[in-house]
Design a protein around this ligand. Structure first.
Ligand SMILES: N[C@@H](CCC(=O)N[C@@H](CSS)C(=O)NCC(=O)O)C(=O)O
Length: 255
C-alpha cells in the first residue's frame, strides 16, 4: 500500500451487482488499521483478497443497519480475520461484538468515525461520519436522489425525514455522501447536492410522509432469510437452522 501523507486515507468503494450494494474499505495509512462498511456475503472472497493485498489490519466490520435485501458478509469475514469485530447500533437489538450509540466513535489508527443515529428506514440505522476526510456513509437513510423505504422493519417516514434533515443535511455542504445502494449507477453525492436536488427530501415533511406511504414497492426477494441472518451479523453458528440452510443454498446457487 503506498501513501504520501501520514494522515491520509486509503478509500475503496466496492459494488455487489445483485443487490446493488456498496461496500467501503477505509484504511488509516499511518497505522494500516482498517474498517469495512456494509460487506456482502457474496463478495467476501473479493474483499478479503483486497484487504490482504493492501496489507492492513481489519479492526471492524460495520453494518449501517440490519439489511433486508442481502446477507451481510461480516460473519464470513470474521472467519478470515478473527480479530475483527462486528458492529451494529444498539437500537438494532441484534447480536454484534460491538453495539454503538449515537455520538460514540469507532477509531482506527488516527481516524475516527462518528456514529449518528439516523432511524426511519429501520430503528437501528446509523450514519458514520469521517469528519477529517469530509465524508459520511449514510447506509439506506439517504440514497443518491432518494432514500430508504419506510414500509417494514419499524420504518417511519416522519422519523426518516427528521433523521436526514437533522443528522445529514446539518453536515457542511461539501461533505461527500456514500450510500449503501444505488440502482442507477451513481456512486457518490454531497450534502449540498442532496439538499438541493433530492426529489423526496426537498419536500415538506407532510408531502414526504404521503409520498413514502404510497410507494407500493415489492418486498425485497431475500427478506425472509436475510433479516434473521443479519440479526446475528451473518454468523452461521448463531443462525437458526432453517435460515442457515437457506443462506447456504442461495450462496451455492450463485456459484
Ligand atoms: N428489489 C430489491 C429491493 C429494492 C429495495 O427495496 N431497496 C431498498 C433498500 S434495500 S431494503 C430501498 O429502500 N429502496 C428505496 C426505493 O425507493 O426503492 C430486492 O428484491 O432485493
Amino acid at each position: 500500500m503506498t501513501h504520501s501523507h501520514p494522515n491520509s486515507l486509503v478509500f475503496r468503494q466496492l459494488s455487489e451487482g445483485v443487490s446493488n450494494t456498496y461496500t467501503y474499505i477505509l484504511v488509516c495509512t499511518a497505522s494500516k488499521e482498517a474498517v469495512i462498511i456494509d460487506p456482502v456475503l457474496e463478495t467476501v472472497e473479493r474483499d478479503s483478497k483486497l484487504i490482504n493485498e493492501l496489507g492492513v489490519k481489519l479492526l471492524y466490520a460495520l453494518n449501517t443497519h440490519v439489511h433486508a435485501d442481502h446477507v451481510t458478509g461480516t460473519g464470513e469475514l470474521k472467519k478470515r480475520f478473527p480479530l475483527m469485530k462486528t458492529v451494529l447500533a444498539s437500537k438494532a437489538n441484534a447480536k454484534s461484538d460491538v453495539q454503538v450509540e449515537h455520538g460514540e466513535t469507532i477509531n482506527f489508527g488516527r481516524k475516527s468515525l462518528e456514529v449518528r443515529a439516523t432511524p426511519g428506514h429501520t430503528n437501528g440505522c446509523v450514519t458514520y461520519v469521517l469528519h477529517e476526510d469530509r465524508m459520511a456513509f449514510t447506509g439506506d437513510a439517504l440514497l443518491i436522489r432518494g432514500c430508504g423505504r419506510t414500509d417494514f422493519q419499524e420504518g417511519s417516514a416522519q422519523t426518516l425525514y427528521r433523521s436526514v434533515h437533522q443528522q445529514i443535511f446539518s453536515l457542511p455542504d461539501d461533505y461527500s455522501l456514500y450510500p449503501a445502494h444505488d440502482y442507477k449507477g451513481l456512486t457518490c453525492t454531497s450534502v449540498e447536492e442532496e439538499r438541493n436536488f433530492n426529489p423526496r427530501l426537498t419536500k415538506t415533511e407532510d408531502e414526504f410522509i404521503d409520498l413514502m406511504n404510497n410507494l407500493n414497492l415489492p418486498y425485497p426477494k431475500r427478506i425472509d432469510y436475510a433479516m434473521p441472518a443479519n440479526m446475528v451479523c451473518g454468523i452461521y453458528d448463531l443462525m437458526d437452522e432453517k435460515t442457515r440452510k437457506t443462506v447456504e443454498q442461495s450462496l451455492n446457487k450463485q456459484k
